[in-house]
Design a protein around this ligand. Structure first.
Ligand code: FAD
Length: 483
C-alpha cells in the first residue's frame, strides 16, 4: 500500500492526495447513507492534464477510478465498492466557468461547477439555464451530464443530454478527447458525445462541457391545483398542453401522502389549502414574450389571464376541485421549496417512522398508463404484505414518478423478506405497461441487476462491448451500470 501512496504522491498534483481514511467518509458514503465503500486515496485534480495523468497512472497499474462531483447520486453511482482498490477523483477543484457566450447563448464550463452557481452566473447575463433539481446547491454539471439528470423543467427543455452541445472527456488511457463544440448542427459521424452522457463515469471523465442557454423568462407564474385522481391530473396536463404554445414549464404531482411527509418533517409548514389535497399538482407557466407581461383592463398580465382562463375551464369540466395562483415570489418560492425538499423529507421520514427500509423506485411510463400502474402495483403489494405505505410524487409532465414503498416500522413486519419480490414485481408491471424502471437517477450500484434483466439483451451486450473497447482494464467506476 505504501508503495502506491508513494507513486500517487509522485504524480505531483497541485492538491495533496487524501490518504487518511478518517477524512474519506465525506467521499466514500453516498447521500442516502445506503452505500459505504473504500478508497486508497481521494484526488482533486485542477485541470484536464492532471486528470489525464491520474487516469494513465491508474490504467497502467489497474487501479479503479470513481469520478465524483457533488456526491448526490441516489443510486450509489459515485461511491466506490467495499474493499475496493480505488481512487476517487473529486472534481471540486475544476469549478471554473470558462466563458458565457451571450450571442450564441452557450456556457462552457468545467465539470465541478455547482448547478446553483451556474444559475446565478447565467442570470447575471440575463440568460437562463433550465436544468433544476432538489440537489442544485451541491450537484455539479459533470454529475448532471454523467447521470443525464432530469429535474423539474424537462417538460419544456428536455434532459441534461438535450442541453449539451459539446464535451471534453479524458479516456481511461489518459487521452484527451475534444468534442467541445458549440454547434447546433454537427453531423460528423457517430455521436460520441452522447455515449459519455449518462455513462455514470464508467467510460471516462468529463472535464469540460458546452451547454445551451435560453432567454431569461420575463415572467413566471406558479399555481397549485387540487384534484382527485392521477387521471384528472393527466387530463389537466392535456388541457394545458393543447391550449398553450410553449409556456408550460413544470407539472409536478404532489398527492396527499407527499403533503403528509412534508408536514411531518418541516417546521411550521404552510399548506396552500385548509385541508390536505387528495391529489395536487404544482405547475408553472413562464414567458419570454413582452406581450404576455403587459397588463389587461383588470390590471393582471396576459399570462395570468391565460392561466385563470385554463383553470376556470378545468373547474367547469370538473377536472379540478380548487386552485391557487401565487401572488408573489415569496409564495412561489415556498411552494417550490416544499417540492424540492421531497428527497430530504423522505430521508427524515424513514428515520422518524422507524420504517427500517424504504424501497426506492424512479420510474417512467407512457402517461396514459400511470393510473393503471398505480392501481396494479397497489394490488400487487397488498397480496404480499399488509400495512405498507407508498410515498409517490414526481414529474408527471414527463411521465416520471418517484414511487417509494415504506414498511410499517412495527417490529419485524416481514417487509425485509418481501422487498426484493415487491420491486421485481413492480418492475414487471412497468415492463408490461411499456415503461422504464430507471427514469432519471441512473443505474449506479442499485439497479445494475435490474438492467441486466430488463434491458434488451442485444443492447445490453452492445453496451458491454462498448465498455470493453473504451476501458479494457475496467478501471472506470467498476461495479456500476454493468455487472
Ligand atoms: C435532494 C436530491 C434531489 C434530487 N433530485 C433529482 C431530480 O429531480 N432529477 C434527477 O435527475 N436527479 C436528482 N437527484 C440525483 C442527483 O442529484 C443527480 O443525479 C445529479 O445529477 C448528480 O450530480 P452530482 O454532481 O452530485 O454527481 P455525483 O453523485 O457525484 O455522481 C453521479 C455519477 O456521475 C459520475 N460523475 C460525476 N462527475 C463526473 C465527471 N466529471 N465525469 C464522469 N463521471 C462523473 C459519478 O461517478 C456517478 O456515477 C437528486 C438528488 C438529491 C440528493
Amino acid at each position: 500500500m505504501n508503495d502506491y501512496k508513494n507513486k500517487i504522491t509522485s504524480l505531483n498534483l497541485k492538491s495533496k492526495p487524501i490518504f487518511d481514511i478518517e477524512d474519506h467518509l465525506k467521499y466514500t458514503k453516498d447521500w442516502r447513507g445506503q452505500y459505504i465503500g473504500d478508497a486508497i486515496a481521494i484526488l482533486k485534480p485542477h485541470d484536464k492534464y492532471e486528470v489525464s495523468k491520474i487516469l494513465k497512472f491508474a490504467n497502467d497499474n489497474e487501479i479503479s477510478i470513481v469520478p465524483q462531483g457533488g456526491n448526490t447520486s441516489l443510486c450509489g453511482g459515485a461511491t466506490p465498492l467495499k474493499n475496493s482498490f480505488s481512487i476517487i477523483i473529486s472534481t471540486e477543484k475544476m469549478n471554473n466557468i470558462i466563458f458565457i457566450d451571450k450571442e450564441s447563448m452557450t456556457i462552457t464550463l468545467e465539470p465541478g461547477v455547482i448547478l446553483s452557481i451556474i444559475h446565478e452566473q447565467v442570470e447575471k447575463n440575463d440568460l437562463f439555464f433550465p436544468l433544476s433539481l432538489g440537489a442544485k446547491g451541491s450537484c455539479t454539471i459533470g454529475g448532471n451530464l454523467s447521470t443525464n439528470a432530469g429535474g423539474i423543467n424537462v417538460l419544456k427543455y428536455g434532459n441534461t443530454r438535450d442541453l449539451c452541445l459539446g464535451l471534453e472527456v479524458v479516456l481511461p488511457n489518459g487521452d484527451i478527447m475534444n468534442l467541445l463544440k458549440m454547434l447546433k448542427k454537427d453531423n460528423t459521424g457517430y455521436d460520441l458525445k452522447n455515449i459519455f452522457i449518462g455513462a455514470e463515469g464508467t467510460l471516462g471523465i468529463i472535464t469540460a462541457a458546452t451547454m445551451k442557454l435560453f432567454p431569461k423568462p420575463k415572467l413566471s407564474i406558479t399555481s397549485f391545483v387540487e384534484t382527485v385522481s392521477i387521471n384528472n391530473a393527466i387530463k389537466l396536463l392535456n388541457l394545458f398542453e393543447q391550449e398553450l404554445k410553449n409556456e408550460l414549464e413544470a407539472f409536478e404531482l404532489m398527492p396527499k401522502v407527499f403533503w403528509e411527509v412534508a408536514s411531518n418533517n418541516t417546521d411550521n409548514l404552510s399548506l396552500p389549502f385548509n385541508k390536505l389535497p387528495e391529489m395536487g399538482v404544482l405547475l408553472e407557466l413562464t414567458t419570454t414574450s413582452t406581450n404576455d407581461t403587459l397588463l389587461n383592463n383588470e390590471g393582471t398580465t396576459f399570462l395570468h389571464e391565460k392561466l385563470e382562463h385554463l383553470l376556470s375551464k378545468a373547474l367547469d369540466e370538473e377536472l379540478i376541485e380548487d386552485a391557487i395562483i401565487c401572488k408573489n415570489d415569496l409564495e412561489r418560492n415556498k411552494l417550490w421549496e416544499i417540492r424540492e425538499n421531497a428527497a430530504e423529507n423522505e430521508k427524515k421520514e424513514l428515520i422518524n417512522s422507524h420504517a427500517k427500509k424504504c424501497l426506492k423506485h424512479d420510474i417512467s411510463l407512457p402517461i396514459n398508463n400511470i393510473e393503471k400502474f398505480h392501481q396494479e402495483t397497489q394490488k400487487m403489494i397488498s397480496t404480499k404484505i399488509k400495512n405498507t405505505r407508498t410515498i409517490f410524487f414526481g414529474h408527471l409532465g414527463d411521465g416520471n414518478l418517484h414511487y417509494n414503498i415504506f414498511g410499517n416500522g412495527k417490529g419485524d413486519d416481514g417487509f425485509e423478506n418481501q422487498s426484493q419480490n415487491i420491486t421485481e414485481n413492480l418492475y414487471k408491471i412497468i415492463e408490461k405497461l411499456n415503461g422504464s424502471f430507471s427514469a432519471e437517477h441512473g443505474i449506479g450500484q442499485l439497479k445494475k441487476d435490474n438492467l441486466r434483466f430488463f434491458k434488451d439483451p442485444v443492447a445490453y451486450n452492445l453496451m458491454k462491448n462498448i465498455k470493453y473497447m473504451i476501458d479494457p482494464n475496467n478501471i472506470m467506476n467498476p461495479g456500476k451500470i454493468l455487472i
